[in-house]
Design a protein around this ligand. Structure first.
Ligand code: BGC
Length: 805
């Protein structure tokens, strides 16, 4: 018996089909007198409620809202409670803005820091990402708001974002790209989840039954509904069969008719459709928000944003204890960002911030003597000597420079992968010039993902604020002045150079099939195993005090140890548990994060802390057996301040489990030793366990329904090629102006089929097929059909007006 059986009996087949897609940009479909509609809104770190024209790229304006730190920032707090608090605050905001469902948090694993949306994702480590997302989901849903963790799964690049096939081996798939979602679902119990745009091993995520039904619902116990990413629906009926409940944005009546036909022809059983509608209705009809006990106030929201930012700041360097700044220190503030902060990313997560601070405005609230401000350089672009001189001239007046630099808005954005890891050269030059004055330079670094720091040895201190949200600046002053002792730890590795990132030269993949050749060796799993030095390791972050660990005990439940504050001020330590298994025949990272705990300690204080072994501690996915297993035997247990600084080690014998059987070939051996530099496509093929799908050779060819528009560069018709050139030119023009045009970028990476998915019934499937015909060199045939289908579609649209409302 279905949960909403009675209501289902009252719905016609067409009504049930209509419910499987939205209504307009942000709402689910209402059925008059029977089913209400709910409102969905981005996003992960602030509400982007559009009251005017809706779009999914952050192009049009939205209601003012509190801008919290981005997920990449929050992850550095390693504090689930911080995520919970931000989630709660988001829930309040959702209620204020009459938003029922929030499209977030985003928790994809950062496969390569150059992924354009890295600022929106938590970590390179699935365990940390899953835990942090779970906290946010719990907080968000406390008042009844529906959370939507996204994008399930293996969605790692923006290039070809809707037309990319992630080719990934089973172990990496389960251990790296799904474990984050598993933890988020099991611990957060989200009422919804968003499927990703990409294919996984040849099947669209939204059509993968093994993922949406077998793994998500059956294995993880998900009891919510699955929504597509915007325009991410490929074959509507296949999506429904696989376990997808709602295609967004609204698809119009044509799509519902496809579903009706599929039921009538027996392709889709009505029982399956009923099941999908039931899953959706269970959430929509039973959702309801309750007001927070302490009500809503902008001040309180802002304070939550500040607290989260403060706990997420990471002190990377502090030479000669230049920080904290003593009261009365003469500070020269420098940098474009100090006045116009870089505090959030671009795209669907863009927030119209309610109360944006700047370092310059908030300096007066802290016990320093601000002796001047100079822009120093533009955020990007040419070096201007007059701006440089103005900044250098402050050296005579100040004890220390505080320079705010980092990635500018065009460097990282939804729709666009980063071209390198550097900050703009004009900013690097500014730092060098300031350092040359002889005054200590304290860098406040802004940016949502790993940055190359070749200038690091020239400056005295680096405080990384990532993207701190609207209250980031005052949080920065709190740390700079010692009001708060920094406690953030990096949630990703900082490689010495971009070239050290595994298979960086193949990222982003510009052809359809992206081979995830590094397998499980993402981030620190690679650097540690292969012995590649990094600038700052995963888990790294300094404090104004120091800590020591002692008295480690290990039993079947987990580990316990004493943590002491050996310095002169109170502080917070994040004790990290890593586990490895030296003698394993399996491909394994040298060590993996399996738990952590945080402890607040006064100067001189010692506390005993415990970190339990949980269900993830010893498991690995066995592709031969097709299931999770544990390997019996001896493990190395490591407690550290970061992945590279292990302070205590011990051993643990796992009595249960199996002895895995492996075939040690030369390909296997390369992986086992982490020698990724030697790994070829053929080696990966062996790990993948099947023939790798081949990318089509370059050159003119027939384009297909699921080819992105950028492939028109290879079209048979000159018209198609001209259109591709025009699109590429428009994108380049916007990049030259340092303002990436998300609209053009979206279209460039969008497949032909998506035309029918983004605009309701405006473009029918036949019309999109006609356009494809034209692009493929059949101008007259295609144009003739396009005119016919246009009028036919128009007539039909009018007939369907009653249901479209
Ligand atoms: C993004 C999603 C977002 C959706 C709605 C898509 O382009 O990938 O993260 O929630 O748009 O704005």
């Amino acid at each position: 018996m279905l949960k909403n059986q009675k209501l289902l009996e009252q719905l016609t087949l067409k009504e049930k089909a209509l419910l499987m897609a939205g209504q307009g940009e942000w709402q689910t479909r209402a059925i008059k007198g029977k089913v209400k509609s709910i409102f969905l809104s981005d996003g992960p770190f602030g509400l982007r409620k559009q009251s005017g024209a809706g779009d999914h790229l952050g192009l049009n304006g939205s209601e003012p809202a509190t801008c919290f730190p981005s997920s990449a920032t929050l992850a550095n707090s390693w504090d689930q409670e911080v995520g919970r608090e931000v989630g709660r605050a988001l829930g309040k905001e959702a209620q204020r803005l009459k938003v029922d469902q929030v499209l977030g948090p985003a928790l994809n694993v950062k496969r390569n820091p150059r992924g354009g949306r890295s600022f929106e994702y938590y970590s390179e480590d699935p365990y940390l990402a899953g835990k942090m997302a779970a906290g946010m989901i719990q907080g968000l849903q406390e008042n009844g708001t529906i959370a939507t963790p996204k994008h399930l799964a293996v969605n790692s690049q923006e290039t070809r974002r809707m037309a990319s096939n992630s080719v990934v081996d089973e172990r990496a798939l389960r251990e790296i790209y799904l474990t984050n979602f598993e933890i988020a679902v099991k611990e957060g119990q989200p009422k919804s989840i968003m499927s990703s745009y990409n294919e996984i091993n040849g099947t669209y995520a939204n059509e993968a039954k093994w993922l949406l039904t077998d793994t998500l619902r059956k294995d993880w116990g998900f009891a919510g509904y699955v929504v597509t990413d915007w325009g991410g629906d490929n074959d509507h009926v296949s999506g429904i069969k696989a376990g997808s409940n709602l295609a967004m944005p609204g698809l119009g009546v044509n799509a519902a008719e496809e579903v009706v036909k599929a039921v009538e022809s027996g392709e889709l059983s009505e029982a399956v459709l009923d099941q999908r509608v039931d899953e959706l209705l269970t959430v929509i009809l039973h959702a309801g928000q309750k007001p927070a006990d302490d009500g809503f106030s902008w001040e309180k929201q802002h304070a939550v944003a500040r607290d989260a930012a403060k706990k997420s700041l990471v002190l990377l360097k502090n030479q000669d204890q230049v920080l904290p700044l003593a009261a009365g220190t003469k500070v020269a503030l420098v940098g474009d960002f100090a006045k116009t902060p870089r505090y959030q990313g671009a795209g669907s997560s863009l927030i119209n911030s309610h109360d944006l601070e700047s370092l310059l405005d908030t300096a007066k609230d802290y016990p320093i003597d601000l002796v001047g401000y100079a822009r120093g350089c533009l955020r990007q672009g040419e070096i201007k000597s007059d701006l440089l001189e103005e900044a250098k001239a402050l050296a005579d007046k100040c004890d220390v420079y505080v320079a705010n630099v980092g990635l500018d808005e065009s460097a990282e954005s939804e729709g666009l992968d980063r071209t390198n890891l550097a900050i703009p050269p004009c900013q690097a030059k500014l730092l060098e010039e300031l350092a040359a004055t002889g005054k200590p330079v304290v860098v406040v670094l802004s940016g949502g993902a790993a940055i190359e720091l070749p200038w690091e040895n020239k400056v005295s201190a680096i405080l990384h604020e990532y993207l701190g949200g609207e209250a980031g600046p005052s949080a920065v002053w709190e740390v700079l002045t010692g009001k708060y002792n920094p406690s953030g730890r990096l949630a990703e590795s900082y490689p010495l150079t971009e070239a050290d990132i595994p298979f960086d030269n193949e990222f982003p993949e510009i052809k359809r099939n992206a081979y995830y050749k590094e397998s499980i060796f993402v981030g620190y799993r690679y650097y540690e195993t292969a012995g590649v030095k990094v600038k700052y390791p995963f888990g790294y972050g300094l404090s104004y005090t120091t800590f020591a660990y002692s008295n480690l005990t290990i039993d079947d439940q987990g580990v316990s140890l004493d943590v002491s504050n050996t310095g002169k001020v109170a502080g917070r330590e994040t004790v990290q548990l890593y586990i490895g298994k030296k003698d394993s025949p399996l491909i394994r990272a040298k060590r993996e994060l399996k738990g952590w705990t945080q402890v607040d300690l006064d100067a001189g204080e010692t506390k005993r802390v415990a970190i339990p072994f949980d269900e993830y501690a010893f498991r690995y996915f066995d592709p031969n057996l097709g299931s999770w297993q544990e390997e019996k035997g001896r493990y190395q247990i490591m407690l550290g301040q970061n992945v590279d600084e292990i302070l205590l080690t011990g051993e643990y014998d796992l009595k249960r489990g199996i002895v895995p059987e492996v075939k040690e070939t030369s390909s296997y051996q390369k992986y086992r030793e982490g020698k990724l530099l030697m790994v070829t496509d053929r080696d990966f093929e062996e790990i993948y366990g099947a023939k790798l799908p081949e990318n089509r050779p370059a050159g003119k060819r027939e384009l297909e329904w699921n080819d992105p528009l950028l492939e028109m560069a290879n079209a048979k018709s000159w018209l198609g090629r001209a259109a591709a050139k025009w699109l590429a030119r428009k994108i380049q023009e916007s990049l030259d102006k340092s303002k990436p045009d998300l609209n053009f970028l979206f279209n460039y990476n969008m497949p032909f089929r998506a035309m029918t998915k983004m605009l309701g019934d405006t473009i029918s499937r036949s019309m999109a097929e006609d356009i494809l015909l034209i692009v493929n060199g059949h101008f007259w045939r295609g144009s003739g059909r396009l005119i016919r289908d246009y009028f036919q579609n128009n007539r039909k649209e009018k007939n369907d007006k009653d249901v479209q409302q």
